[in-house]
Design a protein around this ligand. Structure first.
Ligand code: KG4
Ligand code: ZN
Length: 353
């Protein structure tokens, strides 16, 4: 079975062709991603109107490339490509961006007479793991960490997935990005902070670990941002001054490492608390922040320390951020619907299928 996956919920236009072999393993035939991220770097965040216009511009070229690379199919050929279904993200996300993917998918479904599978973007983030591993044992705890989400889910089986905790304010990626602004780093700051942190001392500055000891699976990151802001102000450090930055490289590295450690500490502790409580076989990561090497290594390290049996899964870095392959992968676990019934839903929650 072959699924064409379409993802346009934010600033990435991702289209992929994924095949499920008879042994149930998934294979990437193509996975093309175009991003308007560079257009948002200077503004410190995504401008929805700019993201939507870029989606419109690139969706057909990305589609053409994905079909050519995956199936040697030329867009515009008389016969439809040899796919079985089209899976598309219908929420949550930015409405202008979502509409581009949803309307394209509906049109192709109608034109090629292929079934249409609506996919929740957040489900795509964790199903990305099934592209590289076909024997993930359930139940599992899922940690979704992206620019807009920090959620802990309990997955008993593919039909029974429940949210057990989440952030009360900023998401983990948002915390990286907002603190990055305090260090005058471009958006998205997460990967840059991770890179700077590699040469820094994570114990140099002790920033707060909000809700670390609370007896639930919720997170809160806005206090950390305020604490870093006050600390920089108190010391009169000016990261907008290039001469200051050049003279204080070590300080920047130590700050990045200490901030990263504070965020990761909470993510790791809460995830392990949940894994123990529900006695799961697997811990599954998903979302942009799950590309963070320190998060992956600290989680595995703690699991080993505690002698837990759970196996940790995280997608390859290119499958952590938004892409069409994760949507196609989720499509193999969801049901097709009538094309007419699919509408973009920017506020879609985990529960509504
Ligand atoms: O999942 P994603 O691509 O988009 C959303 O759906 O939000 O996640 C983007 C987020 C950004 O906040 C970015 O700073 C963060 O993921 N991010 C990272 C890393 N790579 C991306 N944060 C920390 N470490 C990284 N290596
Ligand atoms: Zn995402």
């Amino acid at each position: 079975m072959i699924i064409l996956g379409i993802e346009t919920s934010c600033d990435e236009t991702g289209i992929a062709v994924v095949e499920k072999k008879t042994d149930n393993s998934l294979h990437l035939l193509s996975n093309i991603v175009a991003s308007s991220l560079s257009k948002h770097a200077k503004t410190g965040g995504i401008i929805p109107e700019v993201a939507a216009r870029e989606q419109v511009k690139v969706i057909l070229p990305v589609l053409a490339e994905a079909l050519k690379e995956g199936l040697s199919y030329e867009l515009g050929e008389k016969n439809p490509p040899s796919i079985d279904a089209i899976a598309v993200t219908y929420g949550p996300g930015l409405i202008g961006s979502l509409l581009v993917g949803v309307e394209t998918a509906k049109t192709l479904s109608l034109l090629w007479k292929k079934s249409l599978i609506p996919i929740n973007h957040m489900h795509g983030h964790f199903y990305a793991n099934w592209i590289e591993h076909d024997n993930i044992s359930l139940p599992a705890i899922i940690l979704i960490v992206s620019g807009g989400h920090t959620d802990l889910l309990l997955m008993k089986n593919h039909k029974d997935i429940s949210v057990i905790g989440g952030t009360r304010d900023d998401a983990a990626g948002e915390a990286f990005d907002k603190i990055g602004r305090l260090l005058n780093l471009p958006y998205p700051a997460g990967p840059i902070i991770a890179h700077l942190a590699e040469s820094g001392d994570p114990q140099k500055f002790l920033f707060p670990r909000p809700m670390l000891s609370s007896d639930n699976f919720d997170f809160s990151f806005s206090g950390l941002k305020t604490s870093v802001f006050n600390f920089i102000k108190k010391n009169r450090w000016d990261f907008t001054d290039e001469t200051f930055v050049q003279a204080h490289k070590k300080l920047q590295n130590d700050l990045a490492a200490s901030v990263q450690e504070a965020i990761i500490d909470v993510l790791v502790k809460k995830t392990i608390l949940a894994a123990k409580k529900y006695n799961v076989n697997s811990i599954i990561l998903g979302g942009g922040v799950s590309a963070n090497k320190r998060l992956r290594s600290q989680l595995s390290h703690e699991i080993k320390n505690l002698n837990l049996e759970a196996v940790v899964y995280a997608p390859s870095p290119q499958l952590c951020t938004d892409n069409g392959a994760m949507i196609a992968a989720a499509g193999f676990f969801a049901a097709p619907v009538l094309w007419k019934s699919v509408t973009a839903d920017p506020e879609l929650s985990y529960y509504r299928e």
